[in-house]
Design a binder for this molecule. Structure first.
Ligand code: ADP
Length: 344
């Protein structure tokens, strides 16, 4: 069987999502045409996005990328989008994302460590998955990978057909440097090596089709963060801060860093905002409150929500049980806002 035949066969397994296209695949409905296999092994094809909403078009493009790449190799698919009405296909992605098969890349960042960035990234990923989205979580916090603990994942990442398999927990597909190395050994890679290894890890991972990949970036605004933002090209970034002035100054640096590399800041989340005493119910503000909201207003970014300092959030994090109790309540509306600003 030629590669072109194999591609055609793979595409016959991708259903056409258009109303009325029920039961038809993208080849027999004519949605995909003009398949060509180039000398370098790249596979070109034309995808018509007529009659599809933006989200449907993006999801279909991702599904086609995965189907083609599965038979032709990573990054083989070159998809040209067309639409009858107007030259620019209505709202579809103008070019494939850095990682084929993934509609949107969302970075979660903070100006410094200890503000709860990983806790927010994990709970946000779980809350997005509860909205029915296909969600992945990449732990890019190379030097302090905490996602395996937060999601309760044990063991190493497996290889299948020479591709890394993400672990699946709480409805989220996850990959972390913590699943690649011995947890007791320190990671001694230097910055540039660590960021290339990480980007390679993401690209070689078998994510399947994802609506969104949440990237838990390392804390701070140094070279590694900058390189990762440049290489992974996230569609947007969410910045986590506590309400303290000092943390907010660092958050401002994070906003500036994303500005430098042309990544849109989608908004700020205020963590550890207000403490409800479990015994008396009295709410106090150990770090103040409202600082991140004021900061968001001053930089013209949306304020995405507030997460209280809550003992349950900490104990559930340590036990690998995200999305429970208070965390489940507060992250649901935050995830709705994030999905909206990301255009999911
Ligand atoms: P970062 O990724 O910014 O370094 P972590 O997410 O690892 O921070 O959080 C640091 C510590 O704070 C962890 O022990 C975590 O359980 C705790 N924590 C984070 N957010 C909250 C919260 N809203 N309430 C209670 N504890 C929290």
């Amino acid at each position: 069987m030629t590669l072109k035949d194999k591609v055609a066969e793979a595409l016959r397994g991708v259903p056409d999502p258009a109303v009325g296209g029920a039961g038809r695949d993208v080849l027999s409905s004519g949605r995909v045409a003009g398949i060509v296999v180039k000398e370098d092994g790249a596979v070109g094809l034309v995808l018509s996005v007529d009659g599809l909403a933006r989200a449907e078009a993006e999801r279909l493009q991702a599904a086609i990328e995965v189907a083609v790449n599965n038979v032709a190799g990573p990054k083989a698919a070159r998809i040209i989008l067309t639409a009858d009405r107007g030259a620019v296909p209505a709202g579809a992605r103008p070019e494939a994302s850095t990682v084929p098969g993934i509609r949107k890349l969302l970075a979660v960042a903070s100006g410094k460590g200890g503000v709860g960035k990983s806790t927010v990234a994990v709970n946000l990923a779980v809350a997005l998955a509860r909205q029915g989205l296909a969600v992945g979580l990449l732990d890019a916090d190379i030097y302090g990978p905490s996602v395996p603990t937060l999601l309760g994942i044990e063991g190493r990442a497996q290889l299948e057909n020479s591709r890394l398999q993400p672990a699946e927990a709480h409805g989220v597909k996850a990959l972390s440097m913590g699943m690649m190395t011995d947890p007791k050994k320190a990671i001694v890679w230097r910055g540039p090596m660590a960021s290339s290894a990480l980007v390679q890890m993401v690209e070689q991972c078998d994510w399947g089709v994802l609506d969104v990949l949440v990237i838990d970036l390392p804390p701070g605004t140094g070279d590694i963060q900058l390189t990762l933002a440049q290489k992974l090209k996230p569609d947007g970034a969410v910045i986590v801060s506590t309400p303290q002035d000092l943390a907010l100054i660092d958050a401002r640096r994070a906003v500036a860093m994303f500005g430098e590399v042309g990544v849109k800041v989608l908004g700020l989340i205020e963590n550890m905002s207000g403490y409800a005493c479990p015994a008396c119910g009295n709410v106090s503000d150990p770090f103040g409150s409202g600082g991140a909201e004021a900061e968001a207003a001053s930089i013209g970014a949306p304020f995405l929500g507030r997460v209280p300092l809550d003992i349950g959030i900490r104990t559930d994090s340590d036990a690998g049980r995200p999305g429970q109790g208070r965390a489940g309540e507060v992250f649901a509306p935050i995830a709705v806002r994030v999905a909206e600003v990301l255009g999911l």
